[in-house]
Structures are given as structure tokens and as C-alpha cells.
Design a binder for this molecule. Structure first.
Ligand SMILES: [Fe+2]
Ligand SMILES: [Fe+2]
Length: 226
């Protein structure tokens, strides 16, 4: 989907990529290496923070707007958010905690398995929720709201994210994107973000890898000029 809600779709892509990769890492996790466990746990913490923010923007802006036009649609998506807090996210936190506490070899093995199981649950339930938002909710949204209204919604959602977290969001999305999607996101941000903030974002992204950034400058020549 192109248009004002493009960033919303990029965020969904990033969520799907991250949960799939975290499941793969949890499957191969060296349970005797505290650094490896800490790295995965840190990655998960960032994911959790960004996903909760994303859900908050849906709950405060997108869902109420949808509900004004189509009753009962938003409620079903909110139900997923609340359910995942109570079950999945709480269970994952418990699994990390148990792995941190496990002392014997047997306990570590069991906790690492439990963590992998929870990551698989996270992957599958996020896949279902986000597919529903992409394939059922978004087409309704596009049918109900004209482009100006969509831009207003997207602006209100972005406005809920404080600048430091916006940087985290953009870096997180960029890190896993293909070059065409990176180009798409940068061009999109260039349209909607004030110039000064855009310069800050491109400065940050250029520091994430020289070869990747050279490719962006090739695709968007004006980046090299600034
Ligand atoms: Fe959602
Ligand atoms: Fe979502």
C-alpha cells in the first residue's frame, strides 16, 4: 500500500520480521552463554516497547476513528492487544526471568525450551494479528477515509511518538528492510518530517552502515548533496 499510511505498513513489516528472527535465535540459543541471552533479551525489550507504542497509537487514534464509521470492527483488534498483554507478553517475561534464575544444567535446558516455545507463540500470534490488520482492517480504512483523512490519522499517530522513540522506530525498521523499502521509507519521511528532524534521521541512518547508505545515496541522489 502506498499513501499516507505507508509508515504503518512498514512498522507491521518490522514487527513480523523481528518476531520471526527472535524465534529463530531462541531456537538456536546457547543457554550457557549469558551474553547471548542478554542480547536476545535486550532485543526483545526494544521490540516490546515499540510494539506497545504502536498498539497505543492504534488504540488512541486509528481504532476510535474506525469505530465511528464501522461499529465493532476496532473492538476485535483491541481484544487481541489486551489478550496478548495478559497471556503472551507476561509469559515471555516469566520465561526470561526463569532462564536468568536457572542454575542447574537441567533447569537451563528446560527454561531455554520454554523461552523458545513462547517466542514461537509470539511469532504466530503476531503474524495472525498483523495479517488481519493488513488484510482486513486497512482495506476498510482506505474505503472509509479519503487521502486527506488518512494523512490526518497518520499524522496523529506519528504525533504520539516522542522524538527519541521516533529515532528508535526508524532505526529498527531500517535495519531489517530491503533497499527498495528503505528508499520508500526515506522518501516518505522526507515528505512528512520537518527538514531539521529529517536531517537528524538521515544522519543516524547513514551511521548504520556505509555500504547500505551508499546504496541509498545512489537511489536518492539529493541525500548525497545535503
Ligand atoms: Fe494491533
Ligand atoms: Fe498494528
Amino acid at each position: 500500500m502506498a499513501g499516507p499510511m505507508q509508515m504503518y505498513v512498514y512498522i507491521h513489516d518490522a514487527i513480523l520480521r523481528d518476531v520471526a528472527e527472535m524465534e529463530a535465535i531462541a531456537r538456536e540459543l546457547n543457554r550457557d552463554d549469558p551474553e547471548e541471552i542478554a542480547a536476545l533479551s535486550e532485543r526483545y525489550d526494544l521490540f516490546h516497547t515499540l510494539v506497545k507504542k504502536h498498539e497505543q497509537t492504534e488504540e488512541d487514534v486509528l481504532f476510535p476513528a474506525m469505530n465511528d464509521r464501522i461499529q465493532f470492527v476496532a473492538e476485535t483488534y483491541l481484544y487481541d492487544h489486551n489478550d496478548s498483554d495478559e497471556h503472551m507478553f507476561a509469559d515471555i517475561a516469566a520465561a526470561y526471568e526463569a532462564l536468568g534464575r536457572a542454575e542447574s544444567k537441567g533447569d537451563r535446558k528446560e527454561s531455554a525450551r520454554a523461552l523458545w516455545r513462547e517466542k514461537a507463540v509470539l511469532n504466530e500470534s503476531m503474524r495472525l494479528h498483523i495479517s488481519k490488520e493488513n488484510e482486513l482492517l486497512l482495506p476498510h480504512m482506505e474505503a472509509e477515509f479519503d487521502v486527506a483523512e488518512q494523512a490526518e490519522l497518520a499524522g496523529a499517530m506519528a504525533g504520539m511518538v516522542e522524538p527519541a522513540m521516533m529515532g528508535q522506530f526508524v532505526a529498527w525498521i531500517y535495519a531489517g528492510q530491503s533497499p527498495p523499502d528503505r528508499e520508500g521509507m526515506i522518501r516518505f519521511l522526507q515528505m512528512i518530517v520537518p527538514e531539521e528532524a529529517f536531517t537528524g534521521i538521515t544522519g543516524m541512518l547513514s551511521g548504520m552502515g556505509d555500504a547500505e547508505w551508499a546504496e541509498m545515496e545512489r537511489r536518492i541522489p539529493e541525500l548525497a548533496e545535503s
